[in-house]
Write a protein that binds this ligand. Structure first.
Ligand code: SAH
Length: 351
């Protein structure tokens, strides 16, 4: 009878400290761990044998105990607008999605932070799944590395990362921040913090926690309503953390020079898109260094909401801009493949 092969541990997602510790545990000096870290993230190596700055003996030992495994791409859905929705199969059989959105000057990846989501926003398709589990730092970094490899994104490309895929990143803050620290480290993936954005439905105590981290990325807050009654109805999290609390934590948020907060506002026909809503948003954001992204809603047969017509979105924008609030209309990419924000999941997961 053959003994089953020992399961190899995946090194992806380990921090520099952890890899230094691991090297020491194998009788190597600490700096070998740092070399391994740079090989994993800076050089994006997937094969120990290619790490020629490590001794042959050490490479063989690593290969006998560990592996470097990116999440597998199960399916991909290329959009007419060049965005690609990737469906990754995780080790436990769950699926998550990452969206690749190339542009003339930069590439944006929309990352997932959880399998499903617990926040239950009434207009969001991910909410229909419920939350299954948090992603690990390995799975978060893995999304970037898998898509970078699949699209042959050069190391020096201008990459933007947004945590706007499946899940609520602030409800998985330790793994998200562990991944962000490696992603932002110049000796890691080297994506500057100013090009990484965490988007939250408004988990007030976690925004406070994030504010304390000197290595924090930019913050976007999904406002989506102009009154508590309206927000309660479409984002039940508002009953726990109502607008006054949410905006207070935003006012207290320690912005760096030239940094601003982003407020996202999904435009829902007849729900939150009146001129009076725009005027209330102006009041809510008074005194904040902020910009607003107006997102026409991406609907689908499973949910009853419709997008505001474009002329309504533009009228809303005009009111904000006239009151000196920078406001941009963000038309989602990849609509034909349901890669638009908040649509990730249904078409892919579980089928
Ligand atoms: N949970 C986080 C991040 C994921 S959602 C958050 O709430 O911010 C990312 C953004 O997509 C949010 O601003 C959300 O309001 C928006 N969104 C969700 N579903 C959408 C849909 N169907 N159409 C347009 N925007 C949507």
């Amino acid at each position: 009878m053959s003994t089953p092969a020992k399961k190899l541990q995946n090194l992806l997602g380990l921090s520099r400290d952890e890899l230094e510790h691991l090297a020491e545990g194998l009788g190597q000096p600490r700096f070998r761990g740092r070399q391994l870290y740079e090989a994993l993230y800076k050089q994006r190596a997937t094969d120990f044998q290619r790490m020629t700055n490590l001794s042959q003996a050490f490479r063989s030992e690593l290969a006998g105990r560990y592996l470097i495994a990116y999440p597998q791409i199960d399916r991909q859905f290329p959009s007419r607008d060049l965005a690609v929705r990737y469906l990754h199969r995780l080790e436990d059989g769950n699926s998550i999605e990452t969206v690749y959105m190339p542009d003339e000057t930069r590439t944006t990846l929309c990352l997932s932070s959880q399998v499903g989501c617990a926040v239950d926003c009434k207009f969001c398709f991910t909410a229909l799944l419920g939350v299954k589990r948090n992603l690990t730092s390995c799975e978060i970094i893995g999304q970037v590395l898998t898509v970078a490899a699949a699209q042959a994104i050069p190391h020096r490309a201008r990459l933007n990362l947004v945590f706007m895929g499946m899940g609520e990143p602030l409800l998985n803050l330790p793994a998200v921040m562990k991944a962000v620290h490696i992603i932002a480290d110049p000796n890691g993936l080297g994506v500057p913090l100013r090009r990484i954005t965490i988007s939250t439905a408004g988990i007030v105590p976690k925004i406070r926690e994030l504010a304390l981290d000197p290595m924090r990325p930019k913050l976007a807050v999904s406002l989506n309503a102009s009154t508590d009654a309206q927000r309660d109805a479409i984002m039940p999290i508002n009953r726990k953390y109502p607008l006054a609390q949410l905006l207070q934590v935003c006012r207290d948020y320690p912005l760096r020079p030239r940094e601003h907060l982003t407020f996202e506002y999904v435009m829902l026909d007849g729900v939150n898109d009146a001129d009076a809503d725009a005027r209330r948003v102006v009041k809510l954001l008074e005194g904040l260094r902020a910009k607003v992204n107006l997102i026409p809603y991406n609907g689908g047969p499973e949910l009853p909401f419709k997008s505001s017509p474009m002329r309504r979105v533009m009228a809303f924008q005009d009111i904000l801009v006239a009151r000196d609030i920078p406001a941009y209309i963000r038309v989602s990419r990849g609509q034909d493949v349901r890669a638009a924000c908040g649509q990730l999941s249904l078409a892919g997961v579980g089928d």
